[in-house]
Write a protein that binds this ligand. Structure first.
Ligand code: FES
Length: 165
């Protein structure tokens, strides 16, 4: 069979085939470069305590619930009005880790007995000098993200501290 006959049978000649293969390789290379760049510039989540933590999706937290996010050392409280607030688990007295007291529905420090209420984190008993510190919350595309690198010390509670979806 002559080359001329071969060209008639095949829809692509060798030059066209090599051109398409070269373009496909180039497209794959550009795709990998774009994916790597996107990965590099996207916000870094779940770096652990001190960074931004992805707590979960809004619908995972029921109104009136207190949720410990261990990796971020905070309680994500979803109040009855559906607003969110994130309390640092650290006591504002001398820094002990404060557990949630299910029975009394508050936060009760085991070290010297400070008690903080569950919706505002305000001191309702004991020696703590100020409410529980909070972390900034962002809700993006239904995801609740908490920045544990920027704790906020408060003198008192205000409505601006609550974040809504
Ligand atoms: Fe919590 Fe003292 S450290 S009450």
């Amino acid at each position: 069979m002559t080359e001329k006959q071969n060209e008639k049978r095949s829809p692509l000649n060798r030059q066209q085939f090599l051109g398409i293969a070269w373009l496909a390789s180039l497209a794959a290379l550009v795709g990998e470069f774009v994916a790597a760049t996107f990965k590099f510039v996207e916000p870094n989540l779940d770096m652990g305590f001190g960074g931004k933590i992805l707590a979960g999706r809004v619908e995972e937290f029921l109104p009136g619930s207190v949720n410990l996010v261990q990796s971020g050392r905070f309680f994500l409280v979803r109040r009855e009005d559906s607003g969110f607030i994130a309390f640092w688990q650290r006591c504002t007295h001398l820094g002990c880790s404060v557990p949630y007291d299910d029975e009394n529905q508050n936060f009760h420090c085991p070290c010297h007995g400070s008690i903080f209420d569950e919706e505002k984190g305000e001191v309702v008993g004991g020696p703590a000098p100020r409410p529980m510190d909070i972390f900034p919350i962002e809700i993006i595309d239904g995801e609740v993200r908490v920045d544990t690198g920027s704790p906020i010390k408060r003198r008192s509670f205000s409505d601006e501290q609550i974040v809504y979806a």
